[in-house]
Structure formats: C-alpha cells, structure tokens
Design a protein around this ligand. Structure first.
Ligand code: ADP
Length: 470
C-alpha cells in the first residue's frame, strides 16, 4: 500500500505532545511491515535546529542517526510557518494566522502529490490541522481520476482541539457551511464528516466521545459515524523510550538490573536541589500544563500531598495560571518541589527514570503516552480511570499483589489524594514495590500490534470507496 501520513508535528522535527511521538513511530512501524509510507508536515522555524540537535545527540551517544526510519519526510514551506517560533500558540495566545496557515497546508497536498508523481492509496490525516484534506480529497475523487482510488483516514488524537475560527472566515476561505459549529468555522468537522473512516487512540476514548461528557459538542456527529469509528491504542517507540539504551539518563538499567535505577533518582534530586535520599518517595510529572491534565485537582491538594512527606518534580509548560501556581509552590517548598517550566526532552527522560511514581490525574485522556513510558522506566503511574488510562492501568490490589498502578474514578481532589496515599503506603513495602516495577517494565506496548490494526483500518477505508484492497 502507498500511504501519505500528514501531521502537524513529528519527532524529532517539531513536538508539543504525544501526536509528535505517534507521527514518527507509527509510520516507522508501518514501513517495517513493508508498505510505502511517507510523511508530510509543515516546516516551522524550529525544524532545522531540532533535526540538527537530534543528529548530534545521536552521534554523541554513538547511536545511529535519529531519523524516521528510511521513510521520506516532506516539508511544506510557507511563510505562515517559517516565521513561527512555536507551533500553534505563543505566550498563551493562538497565532492569528492559524486558519490561513493550516488551510494552506491542507490545500498544498493536491499539487504536492502531482509534483512528486506519487499517488497514495491512503491519506492518513491527524487532528484538526490536517482535517480539511479529507474534504478536499472527497471533492477531488469526483473530478480528478488520479484521486479515484484514494481513501482517507482521520485520527482523532484530542477532540478538544478543534481548530475553530470566527464565522467571517467562511467568506475569506470559501469553505462550506457544513463546517459550521456553534457559529464558528470548525476544521475538525471536515475530518469527522468527510474521512472514509475515523479512529481515535484508545477503545475507551472511542466510546467516550460519543457521549455529552466527552464529546466536546461533536458527539452527535460522532454518533452518526459510529459504523466508521474505531479505537486503536497508541504504542511506544522503544528505540527512543528504553532505559537500557537511553543516552540521556545518568545510569542505564533494565528490569534485571533495577537496583541501578536509584542512581537516576539521586541525580534527579540533585538537579532539582532536593535532599538526595533514595528512601523519600518521589512523585514525577511530565505534561502539558493544561486543564485536561487534571492540574486543577492537583492545585487543590498540592500542599496536602507534600505534607505526606514526599518529593515532587514537575516538567511542563502551558497555561500561564499553572506556571504561576508552580512558581509560587517552588518558593514555598524549595526542599520538596522541583519545578521545571519549559519543554525539555532530556529532563523528561530523567524524570521517567528517576521518579518512583508518575502522576496523570487527567480529566480526559485519548490514549496517554506518559503512563506507557513510565511503565517502561519503572515509575508506577497514578491515573484517573478515563480513556486510554482506563485501558492500560489497573489498580493495585494489596491482597493479591496484582495491578500495575493506582487508579481513581471520580474527578475530584480527594479521590486523587486517596490514590496518592494508597501509593505511598504501598511504597513502604519495598519488595512488593520492586516486583510491581519489574512487572510493568516488561510490558510490551510497542507499535507492532497497533500498526497491523492500522493496516486493517486502511483496508476498511478502501472498501468504503469500493476498492477491495490487495
Ligand atoms: P499529550 O499528547 O496530551 O500531551 P501524551 O501523554 O499522549 O499527552 O504525550 C505527551 C508526550 O509529550 C510524552 O512523550 C511526554 O514525555 C512529552 N512531554 C510533555 N510535556 C513535555 C515537556 N514539558 N518537556 C518534554 N516532553 C514533554
């Protein structure tokens, strides 16, 4: 099969969250199965320097150059993108030309394919930034024979980000009224309405988004497409996320050499100016600082958590109100809270490797990679039972010793605090804790299985346009 994979972010060129990891690892896994898959993304200002530092880091570590397998990555060159320091938002404000920028990106696909003279069977779009492509391809199929046999797949990585713009944009862009959403122009609707099949990144989230609670106002559209709506869990690229090979952590380790892991904890404490003591439980967070991730809950009980005698290390960037909150916290508790406000891949890896517990109290979570990464690094996750977190983390049962994390259901701060207390209680039993760590480190959430499911999804998309695939 020939597949064009379109994403607004791809590791190592540009990243704000899990989409970038997926957009790099999934195509690699599909390529490994033997398909001709190629990636298209915008060329932001950061692309060249990120590519350069990835290359240098790989060289220094004596590894093969970090690259997206042997698959071609094409960049859309345009002034809207080449001048940006960030991807979508700067200082808490969306870029004012987001509508025009991503419209231009989506419009470029037709001419681009003609120019490289390569006709994909599948165009796989991801999130609102690429959703218009589904509309354009549906139109092209009617008028241009070269697109007759081209089907589209739309993957929802986060339904809350919709690409909604003021209604005046209908006139300036010429986009159809079917994309109207509460008196705005909604890019994501183009994916939901016009893609041949739609999927999201866990089975639980695929069900949840058909409800009012999680549907972000689009539940009706999604319900209508129930027959074409699937859930496929994300995987992890273990070439990147592997404590046995990770060049960015102090001491490499695996389930068999877990006693070495403690050195990473001491190092994490050192760089955060916290007392270096292996016995103090350390809670870590690596996250976008957004409401979605449960920071309002954390705010409410943060001081109570610290009163339990643990250390807390956070890495994140996002909403200014949370930046302020954590800055204040750091001033008040300099010996207990390590606060790092920014985006830093190396420090992220050090937190996964050095924390005892990894916190993800999300309000909703399409898949979540943090909990899967923390499994691999032996940090035990505390999560709320939602979306992909519900599909992957099971509450610890003290009686049987079963389970792989700590799970709370209700979205409330006392439920979160309860889960943390249970985790800290369990942590005291060193033998049990270590057994749990070794168990989760051996889980296999690699892309192999999910990549095969995507191939199945591509077949379904082709069948939808009357092509019995291969
Ligand atoms: P989301 O895609 O909603 O942000 P995921 O859990 O799916 O959440 O993926 C988050 C990814 O982004 C993980 O790879 C995580 O390590 C990374 N990440 C998030 N915030 C930061 C940060 N401030 N610095 C470095 N990496 C980060």
């Amino acid at each position: 099969m020939k597949i064009l994979f379109i994403s607004s972010e791809v590791v190592p060129f540009a990243k704000t969250g899990g989409l970038a990891d997926v957009a790099s690892a999934l195509p690699k896994a599909i390529k490994a199965i033997g398909h001709d898959i190629r990636i298209l993304m915008p060329r932001y200002k950061c692309v060249s320097s990120n590519a350069m530092s990835a290359r240098l880091a790989a060289k220094r570590a004596g590894r093969q150059e970090l690259r997206v397998g042997d698959l071609p990555v094409y960049f859309f060159e345009d002034e809207h993108f080449s001048k940006r320091d960030e991807l979508y938002v700067k200082n808490g404000q969306d870029y004012p030309d987001n509508c025009e920028a991503f419209l231009a990106f989506c419009q470029s696909v037709e001419a681009f394919l003609k120019r490289i003279d390569w006709q994909p069977d599948i165009i796989h779009c991801n999130d609102w930034q690429t959703a218009l492509v589904c509309l354009f391809i549906k139109e092209l199929r009617k008028s241009d024979p070269s697109f007759k046999r081209c089907a589209t797949v739309f993957s929802i990585h986060n339904l809350a980000y919709q690409g909604n713009f003021p209604r005046e944009k209908f006139a300036s862009t010429g986009l159809p009224q079917t994309l109207e959403f509460y008196d705005q122009l909604s890019f994501i609707k183009a994916g939901l309405l016009y893609a041949d099949v739609v999927n999201t990144v866990s089975e639980a989230y695929a069900q949840e988004i058909k409800t009012k609670e999680y549907g972000c106002g689009l539940e009706k559209e999604l319900k209508k497409r129930s027959q074409d709506l699937y859930g496929i869990l994300n995987g992890l690229d273990y070439d990147v996320w592997n404590p046995a090979k990770d060049p960015l952590i102090k001491r490499r380790y695996s389930a068999g050499t877990i006693s070495l892991r403690g050195e990473n904890k001491l190092e994490l404490q050192r760089v955060n100016n916290l007392p270096q003591d292996k016995n103090i439980p350390l809670l870590g967070i690596v996250s976008r600082l957004a409401d979605q991730k449960g920071f309002d809950l954390l705010e409410e009980v943060m001081e109570e958590i610290l009163a339990l005698g643990c250390q807390f290390v956070l890495l994140g960037t996002g909403e200014p109100k949370y930046h302020k909150f954590f800055e204040t916290l750091k001033k008040k508790y300099p010996r207990q809270a390590g606060i790092n406000l920014g985006f830093n891949s190396a420090l992220a890896q050090q937190i996964y490797a050095g924390s005892d517990i990894f916190l993800m109290p999300s309000q909703y979570e399409p898949c979540g990679l943090g909990q899967l990464i923390s499994f691999k690094y032996g940090a035990i996750p505390i999560v709320r039972k939602t979306g992909g977190l519900a599909d992957t983390v099971h509450d610890f049962e003290p009686k049987t010793g079963q389970g792989d994390g700590f799970v709370f259901k209700e979205y409330g701060s006392s439920a979160l605090l309860g889960a943390i207390e249970k985790a800290l209680e369990t942590y005291k039993n060193k033998v049990m804790w270590q057994q749990m760590q070794q168990r989760v480190m051996q889980y296999n959430y690699s892309w192999d299985a999910s990549a095969k499911k995507y191939i199945g999804l591509y077949m379904k998309a082709l069948a939808k346009i009357g092509i019995e695939a291969l």
